[in-house]
Each structure stands twice: as structure tokens, then as C-alpha cells.
Design a binder for this molecule. Structure first.
Ligand code: XP7
Length: 304
């Protein structure tokens, strides 16, 4: 409780956190949370990790479909995103995203100790999902990755550009590298429009210092891939200009997991769950079916 008389901490949008579902992370920052709780006893926990410059609100469709299967879905806006505190789309170390995800997952596991846990991650959230599962290799029943950030786009991250970024990071770390070009988010113009007009998204340029953190995360993932052995589902569009599909192919081919599936969407752009309606529907079906197939047989519900 804040000391008496202290002003209540407010979200970047000015809403007191006492009025919002939230957790307080290890650095004392308030993270806005969302929960989709089934009517009956839940069969599993599903944590959703959103991508860079967005927030967890746009995962409502996926979360609703999982809730209808009696799964308890939860998410938060990562530090510096959406309705959470923190410097916009910046982080002192990528590990903060993983630490906060584990904190939220552990909180929900303490409330439902007998339930299997899944993670669903998109883009940078896919990188967070991978590194979170790598830290607790035996803890997750499965990981679903929608166009995950596994490798940098070789066109945008040429050796020269990487060298310049590292050099500039020492001189002007807050220099912008340019913003995410929303036309590559989806082939569905309405979805691009929704992204462009969503005030909880971050539309300014990504800082070089943030880009450095993303590069470090990509390097970490590359080193971890051969030791990955947990079950995963990979969905990626072959026309994705924001996270190169080669990263997903490399993960599928070089991981040690025996239970893994990759589905490539011909012509698919980056946010497959928000691509053309037939693709988005297919993604929802793939995700819900794969998770259902990975529920332990007896996971009908918690003890009556
Ligand atoms: O629906 C939606 C809305 C938002 C989008 C998710 C966006 C997301 O998370 N991205 C895409 C951009 C990508 C940039 O990557 C880098 C940039 C500079 C750098 F130096 C090194 C890297 Cl790796 C990181 C991952 N999806």
C-alpha cells in the first residue's frame, strides 16, 4: 500500500493502478494485466506474450477462443508498453521481459498449482516466450510461436548496419532507427488501420538501444536453439518483412524437440493472427487445436 497521502501511481494514460488489474515487477514498475477466465474449472494456464510497440489487448480474439476451451488465459503489457509503466519501448535488459513473464506465470501457478502451462508469443513476444521456456525447460506443456523474432531480417540488419548501430549505440543510444512500417503488419487493410489508430501502440521510431537489446536476444536464442527440447508450434508467413521466416525454419530444423510442428502461410504477412480473415481463422484453429492436443489426458479440470 502506498504510504498515506501519497498520490496513487497512474498508468501512462492517467488511470490509477488501484483501478486496473496489475502486478508490480521486481523494479517496482506496475504492469497492466488482462485475464480471460473460463466459467468452469480451468484445464490449463496460457500466458500470452505480445510483440514490440503493441500491447496485449489485440490478443482478445485468441484469448476468447482459448477461454471457450476452459483454458485460463492471462497476459500483461510488457514494461514500457501499453498501459504499463516504463520508458516507452525501451528496456535496460531484454531479460526484464523474461523475468516479468516468469513472475506473472509463477503467480498464476501458485493459484492453480496442478494445471499445465502454455505460452503463446508473437514476434518479440515469441523471443520472450522462447527464452522464458529455455529458463524453465520442464515447466511448459507447450509453446506456440506466431511469427517469432528468432533471426534478424538480413535485408534490414546487414553487417554494415549492425556495425553502425553498435557504434551509434555508444554515442546516441536514443537515436531512432525508424518505426515499424505498419503496411507489413497485415494484408488486411482494416487490421493495419486498427494498428495505426490504436493509441496504446507505440508509433514512433525504435531506439538504437532497444535494437541492441533485440539483437542480443536474437543472439541468445541462436545459442539456445540446439538445446530446445520442449514441444512447440511454429506459424510463420512466407512474406513476413518484419521477422524473417528463415529464423523459424532454422529453429524447426535445429532444435532437439521431438514434438514440434511448423505451418507456413503462403503470402502471409507478419501478424498472421490479424492477417486476411481466412488466415486469421486458420491461425485460431491451429493454435486452439494444438494446445487441446497437448493437454494431459486427465486435464479435464482441477480436483472437484
Ligand atoms: O501485430 C503486431 C503489431 C506490432 C508487431 C510486433 C512487432 C515486433 O515485435 N517486432 C517487429 C520489428 C522487429 C524489429 O527488429 C529489430 C529492429 C532493430 C534492430 F536493431 C534489431 C531488430 Cl531484431 C522486432 C520484432 N506485430
Amino acid at each position: 500500500m502506498p504510504e498515506p497521502g501519497a498520490a496513487p501511481r497512474r498508468s501512462p494514460q492517467g488511470v490509477p493502478y488501484t483501478d486496473l488489474p496489475h502486478i508490480v515487477n521486481a523494479d517496482g514498475l506496475h504492469l497492466f494485466c488482462r485475464y480471460w477466465e473460463p466459467a468452469g474449472p480451468p484445464r490449463a494456464l496460457v500466458f500470452i506474450a505480445h510483440g514490440a510497440a503493441e500491447h496485449c489487448g489485440p490478443y482478445d480474439e485468441i484469448a476468447q477462443r482459448l477461454k471457450e476451451l476452459s483454458l485460463l488465459v492471462f497476459a500483461h503489457d510488457h514494461v514500457g508498453h501499453g498501459q504499463s509503466e516504463g520508458d516507452r519501448v525501451n528496456v535496460k535488459d531484454f531479460q526484464v521481459y523474461i523475468r516479468d513473464s516468469l513472475q506473472h506465470i509463477d503467480l498464476m501457478k501458485s493459484r492453480h498449482p496442478d494445471l499445465p502451462v502454455f505460452i503463446v508469443g508473437h514476434s518479440m513476444g515469441g523471443a520472450i516466450a522462447i527464452l522464458t521456456a529455455c529458463e524453465r525447460p520442464g515447466d511448459f506443456a507447450g509453446v506456440v510461436l506466431i511469427a517469432p523474432l528468432v533471426q534478424m531480417n538480413p535485408e534490414s540488419a546487414t553487417p554494415f548496419k549492425v556495425f553502425m548501430a553498435k557504434l551509434l549505440n555508444h554515442m546516441v543510444p536514443s537515436l531512432s532507427m525508424g518505426s515499424i512500417d505498419s503496411k507489413w503488419i497485415s494484408r488486411d487493410k482494416r487490421q493495419v488501420e486498427a494498428y495505426d489508430t490504436d493509441e496504446l501502440n507505440y508509433h514512433s521510431g525504435l531506439r538504437i538501444s532497444f535494437g541492441m537489446q533485440l539483437m542480443a536476444a536474437v543472439d541468445r536464442i541462436e545459442r539456445e536453439i540446439p538445446s530446445i527440447s520442449w514441444p512447440f508450434l511454429l506459424l510463420h508467413g512466407d512474406t513476413d518483412k518484419l521477422c524473417d521466416i528463415r529464423g523459424s525454419r532454422m529453429m524447426y530444423e535445429n532444435s532437439s524437440s521431438t514434438d514440434k510442428k511448423i505451418k507456413i502461410y503462403e503470402g502471409g504477412y507478419h501478424a498472421l493472427h490479424h492477417d486476411l480473415p481466412d488466415v486469421a481463422e486458420s491461425v485460431l484453429k491451429e493454435v486452439t487445436t494444438w494446445i487441446t492436443e497437448h493437454l494431459p489426458a486427465t486435464a479435464s479440470s482441477e480436483p472437484q
